[in-house]
Design a protein around this ligand. Sequence first.
Ligand code: 13P
Length: 249
Amino acid sequence: MRTPLMAGNWKMYKTPAETTAFFQDFLPMVADAKDREIVLNVPFVDIAAAVAGTAGSNVGIGGQNLHWETEGAYTGEISGPMLRAAGCHYVVIGHSERRQYFGETDATVLKRTVSALAAGLTPIVCVGELLEERESGRTNQVLQTQFDGGIAGLSPEQFAKIVIAYEPVWAIGTGKTATPEIAGETHQAIRAMVAAKFGADAAGAVRILYGGSVKPNNIKELMAVEDIDGGLVGGASLEAASFAAIVNF
Ligand code: 13P
């Protein structure tokens, strides 16, 4: 049995004060949510407020990126041990916005993932195809390349601790959700890649989240799909009521 993971990704939104206010509203709304993991991946400057605001609750906190070195002369970067020491238990790695705007590659995704695991964080490793890649029938080939370069280099022990997020780039922030059929068959394809590399047990155990215009009105049909184990939610995670509705699908 895979425990559903409902994760928010705030991207570059909210101040510490707004973070505190969010959790005051949000925690009572999800206090009764059982049999699922709830996580908010927040901007670095909001981690302290988020960790304080969720102390003793059923909500975990994560960062949205990390450097692969533990410390050093890397101006502007944050390391895994720093995130862990600040109270994070998760970190998003290889989000398409980092690939698109900040030069993230499959090779650096792998380095960051190894580093996150060494720091005791659960990496949420993102993969996903562009619209033109899907329209030209190259989705599985693109995902295989991302898997081979960013994930397949992990040891079986390391792989057992990661979460994969499938986020079709054409569905992010566009209001165009992948249909449950499209998401389901793509999740199945990713699980087959896992089976080929790490074996059937690993494939059965790994959680694969769907991300891309997840909203309160489509989460239920997405979660009904066998191979979808949770959501990675952008815009709809910024409001307490809408993210709570998603968590409580
Ligand atoms: P939206 O939910 O705003 O489409 O964003 C998805 C996403 O990128 C989550 O990481």
